[in-house]
Design a protein. Structure first.
Length: 255
């Protein structure tokens, strides 16, 4: 329910910004965003103990890469969108006495952001940008991984598996950030700054563990794989083109 409030507020901001804009420019570029696991942003490891068996999850680094489309609304505001490919990695491990095993889980999805950015001009070519908006996480499928070992007669000796069921095909998120942008009319725009994505879990992850010799058969150990992530946005935008140029040409022809 709260996501609807955020989206409604965001749409109001876009409407007000559009009313005050006088000249629209479009810019297109690409960006890469290394994802950094930091505990201060709820991105941390988790440990669960069941029947003297320890289960752990640990978030690893990942990255986002994609396109960037910006519509400049006046001299200070811009609407920004694009489509991104996001990959994140997690380590899931089990420790049972002298036995241990680790699963590396890779979670891939696509992202469509919609943000409003307010720029403060610091000098002739340097601008400080403050971004706020929503982002749609497109989750393609569930995730499953299994490690196991059998003896020569094909009798199962041990098994460790994870099943991550996506909570929804489309997950709305909050997205915010700040960064420094250098603008050159001939060379384009260069941007760097931190970006934070805040939302609930993307998957419901359960671990199952079986070990014949140790007499263990543990199922449905629920682990948290938080979807939040913090990254450093590195962006390049090609020199801007006037969106109204084509419209003015057509208007001139009609006149």
């Amino acid at each position: 329910m709260k996501y609807k409030h955020y989206l409604f507020l965001f749409l109001i901001l876009l409407t007000q910004t559009e009313l005050f804009s006088q000249k629209q420019f479009a810019t297109f570029g690409f960006h890469v965003e290394p994802i950094i696991p930091l505990e201060m942003f709820r991105i941390k490891s988790e440990t669960v103990l069941r029947e003297n068996v320890t289960f752990n999850t640990k978030p690893l680094s990942g990255y986002t890469i994609g396109t960037h489309l910006s519509v400049e609304l006046g001299s200070r505001f811009s609407l920004e969108t694009g489509i991104n490919y996001v990959t994140r990695n997690f380590l899931l491990d089990v420790q049972d006495g002298n036995f241990s095993d680790t699963i590396r889980m890779k979670a891939d999805n696509f992202e469509i952001p919609f943000t409003l950015t307010y720029y403060v001009q610091l000098s002739e070519q340097f601008f400080l940008g403050h971004s706020l908006g929503v982002s749609l996480q497109l989750i393609p499928s569930n995730l499953y991984t299994r490690h196991n070992e059998r003896n020569q007669t094909y009798v199962l000796q041990w098994s460790f598996e994870q099943f991550s069921a996506r909570k929804s095909a489309i997950v709305p998120t909050f997205k915010g950030g700040i960064g420094l942008e250098y603008r050159s009319k001939n060379k384009g725009y260069f941007f760097i700054g931190p970006m934070y994505h805040l939302f609930a879990e993307l998957y419901k992850t359960n671990l199952n563990y079986y070990h014949k010799e140790n007499g263990k058969d543990i199922s449905r150990v629920e682990m948290k794989t938080i979807g939040d992530y913090f990254g450093i946005n590195l962006r390049y935008v090609f020199p801007p083109s006037d969106l109204l140029k084509h419209e003015r040409k057509n208007k001139g022809k009609s006149d």
